[in-house]
Design a protein around this ligand. Structure first.
Ligand code: FAD
Length: 419
């Protein structure tokens, strides 16, 4: 697969129409702090996402009932069960949604994806059928907003080993204490997936304790989510902290309902999808920067000629086009693999993210340069795209962590046909 099908292109046009008519006019307001969620609900409704998700859930429940009737219990957490992605069962549609929303407002896409993809995806991946019905379904239908809480003030890149949030078994449930930070949607989320280390009081050092994922609901006693943090970019995506103080959660909040040290696997699964999912966002940023830059270069004159006539400006346009080609190839490779039921290796996923994030940031910064003083002004979109692009090199694992991942895989003795 190296391009979208005719049908997918039509969907793309429809999404483009919505972003032009409904998202673009609201970008300034949401960049300035208006919560983006009503607009997300409108988007989801316009494209029939809630109905589609309900349909997929009905099938999921039917399959689970058949499985149970067959005598194997059914209904447990199963990462292989299909998760309704943000564009439904066709991964290309999810990519189109991501690409098109990002073109107009990367922050809007970040918050949209964190709710449906990260929080919804984590519950779909490791939750029991009942947990999926109770928490993933309302997130996927946009009745509720989700957030995914892994990062802490002292544990980002070193997410698992340095994690300090602790869950102590008490009675039928757990008492959680700790703090999460930089969590997308935290200030507004109704449902939060939070990772914590289990403390059985057996003296296991903190760094080695098993990690589990829990569902925290807004309104649970002992949970505080302060107002959004102020940040460099992605202003349309509210980012915040989660404070957990003696927060008691009943047993049914443990994802999977059984302690199985699922937290690391769940976290790794989410990181993997964040990494491969970066390609459409990068394509959105690069494509928009290139379009805006082409138009500006033809229109803006210096020394009596359009700046497009100057070869140093042409080099910027050519490099943006080169990066777009490569990011698109990465995206289509990933979509093709998903369609074949194949999964990218960790090295492939990290290489995809590393390349795409750097390319998007380079293109957006070069677009600012090409626009000169205007590029530095908020009135011109390249300013927002440059601030937003930088996050791609940090969120979901920094560039350095992707490079380390690639090297670790290449240097390991396992032969997974990676070269
Ligand atoms: C806008 C935004 C939204 C986010 N949303 C979420 C979210 O929804 N949920 C969530 O859980 N997290 C979220 N994050 C957190 C994000 O995943 C982390 O910020 C990221 O993983 C980096 O962790 P850190 O900030 O602690 O940096 P650190 O780990 O402190 O890294 C600092 C620097 O050291 C480098 N470094 C670290 N270790 C090594 C090493 N071994 N070798 C070389 N260099 C190294 C890093 O690459 C980086 O340059 C978000 C962050 C931002 C900014």
């Amino acid at each position: 697969m190296f391009q979208f099908t005719e049908e997918q292109k039509m969907v793309r046009q429809m999404v483009r129409r919505w972003t032009t008519n409904s998202l673009e006019p609201k970008v300034s307001a949401i960049e300035e702090g208006e919560p983006p969620y009503e607009l997300m609900r409108e988007f989801a409704k316009t494209f029939g996402i809630p109905d589609m998700v309900v349909g997929m859930f009905e099938k999921l429940e039917k399959r689970a009932a058949e499985k149970q009737a067959g005598g194997d219990g059914g209904g447990g957490g199963d990462a292989k069960q299909p998760s309704p992605g943000i564009g439904g069962p066709d991964p290309a549609l999810s990519a189109i949604v991501s690409l098109e929303l990002t073109r107009v407002c990367p922050g809007f896409m970040l918050a949209f994806g964190a709710s449906m993809g990260l929080a919804g995806g984590a519950i779909m991946g490791k939750g029991t059928l009942e947990q999926k019905r109770r928490w993933a379904l309302p997130i996927m239908t946009w009745d509720k907003i989700g957030g995914w809480g892994m990062t802490e003030p002292a544990s980002g890149s070193d997410a698992f080993r340095s994690m300090r949030t602790v869950a102590v078994p008490r009675g039928d449930g757990y008492v959680l204490n700790g703090q999460k930070t930089f969590i997308t949607n935290a200030p507004y989320a109704d449902i939060l997936v939070v990772y914590a280390k289990i403390d059985h009081g057996d003296g296991t050092p903190l760094s080695e304790r098993p990690i589990e994922a829990f569902v925290v609901e807004r309104g649970d006693a002992g949970v505080d989510t302060p107002p959004p943090m102020k940040k460099m970019g992605m202003h349309a995506s509210p980012t915040g902290e989660i404070f957990l103080q003696d927060c008691y959660l009943p047993a049914d909040r443990l994802l999977g309902m059984k302690e199985k040290s699922q937290g690391r696997a769940s976290g790794k699964g989410v990181f993997h999808s964040e990494r491969t999912g970066m390609a459409p966002m990068a394509c959105g940023i690069i494509e928009r920067c290139l379009e805006l830059s082409l138009a500006y270069a033809k229109e803006r004159e210096a020394w009596g000629r359009p700046i497009a006539d100057y070869q140093l400006v042409q080099d910027k346009l050519a490099r943006m086009y080169m990066h777009l080609q490569n990011a698109q190839n990465a995206m289509f490779k990933q979509l093709w693999m998903e369609k074949q039921g194949m999964t990218m290796t960790d090295a492939e996923a990290s290489a995809t993210k590393l390349y795409c994030a750097r390319a998007a940031t380079e293109c957006a910064m070069e677009a600012v340069q090409l626009f000169g003083g205007n590029g530095y002004m908020q009135e011109y979109r390249v300013e927002m795209l440059a601030r937003d692009a930088k996050l791609l090199q940090i969120g979901g694992g920094t560039d350095e962590i992707q490079a380390l991942n690639i090297a670790r895989n290449l240097l390991s003795d396992e032969d997974d046909g990676r070269l």
